[in-house]
Design a protein around this ligand. Sequence first.
Ligand SMILES: Cc1cc2nc3c(=O)[nH]c(=O)nc-3n(C[C@H](O)[C@H](O)[C@H](O)COP(=O)(O)OP(=O)(O)OC[C@H]3O[C@@H](n4cnc5c(N)ncnc54)[C@H](O)[C@@H]3O)c2cc1C
Length: 395
Amino acid sequence: MRALGIEEPASAQRGRGFVVFPDDGSEPIVLPYSDGSYGLACEHHVLVEQLRAAAVRHPHVTYRTGARFTSLDLEALSLGAGSLEMTDKESGDRERVRAGRVVGADGRSSVVRAASGGQAEHVAVSRMAGLVLEGVKLPYEGFGHVFLGAPGSVLAYRIAPDKVRICVDLPQSVGRLSDADLISEYGPHLCESLRTCFIAAIEAKSMSWAAIRVQRRRFYGREGASLVGDSVGYYHPLTAAGMTLGFADAIELSRSKDHDGFRRRRLRNIRVPELLAMALYEVFTDRSDEMAAMRHAIYTLWRTSPTECARTMRFLACQDTRVPSFLLSFVRVMRIAGLELALPKNPAPLKRRAQMVGRWFGRGVSMASGLSVPMMQKAAGRLGLETSDTSSKVT
Ligand SMILES: Cc1cc2nc3c(=O)[nH]c(=O)nc-3n(C[C@H](O)[C@H](O)[C@H](O)COP(=O)(O)OP(=O)(O)OC[C@H]3O[C@@H](n4cnc5c(N)ncnc54)[C@H](O)[C@@H]3O)c2cc1C
């Protein structure tokens, strides 16, 4: 935004990093951004208005309010002169526009994606309720708060000087919970100030739930019709990567001479943010022994290594997308978790310990195969494991 001369929205709050409240009730872990970087938090519409106003000011942009793009002539597109049909939402009037290049930035139900041959490949993972609370103090002001221990994670961050947003995740595997169960399952894992408001919101029936879906970022459109942002794919909001990835798509496309180069570079750079988003959600939500061991291994690594904390934050901010760098941290987590399960300090009988170790290894290889490193995928295939590629299904 700075490079484009776009101001930060006046009400936006600068975020210095995240604080994770572990599921075992141990001390919170602070993960600050390094190198003077910071995040921005604000209401979604505030950012959209700021970006839209900047686009409208550009001398080469004609912005049409209320016009919906309804179809795309692919044959003309292959000749380098695409033809779009737009329909005015109010009058219903239709208009054809010719374009040499179309950029589909039309979100999750992208018409450009469908018209250029992309399938919807999303998987429903959970339901989420968002609440905006006023007059609430957070224990670590300036940081995003992640509360673990309930069936799903709870994310809380300040979006304006007087407003805090909380996002409550309820995994698909848990199903629906009654109000009383929501209070008893989630309440104890929140800090005091949020707990009171959370309970009041449930009692006032002011929580509305929306489906959270995940779609891996595999299809970027075709020559003449490139996709950016959520029209390519999207992950669980836990790692808050959606905007960063959308901006990165747009920057890469603006620098690319052709669609194929754009697609290849984005596929290469998406592997780490994608695996991080999918793996962190799995590790923070799954209640199995092997995932609990992975969770505790992550806490241990963060508590003992400021270097690993800084590295995690660079992965989260998409500042480091190198596969070897990510694999190094991943192997460290796997090693700590493996030892926790295998060594005699694990009180489970030997046979059960062996089963846990087997499952830990399988899950680790299956996760790492999401990096699309041929060696990992081959190993997962040999072990007959479900890789992240084969596990995607349409719902
Ligand atoms: C609950 C939740 C919480 C999230 N939290 C975060 C977070 O904390 N941080 C973060 O970075 N990301 C977050 N995200 C993800 C983030 O919101 C998205 O990644 C981001 O909005 C994607 O931007 P986009 O422009 O690609 O798509 P969208 O924001 O969906 O915008 C698409 C636009 O295209 C328009 N459009 C669609 N179809 C047509 C058409 N046919 N003709 C004309 N216009 C059309 C739509 O009206 C819309 O304005 C969250 C997502 C969810 C669901």
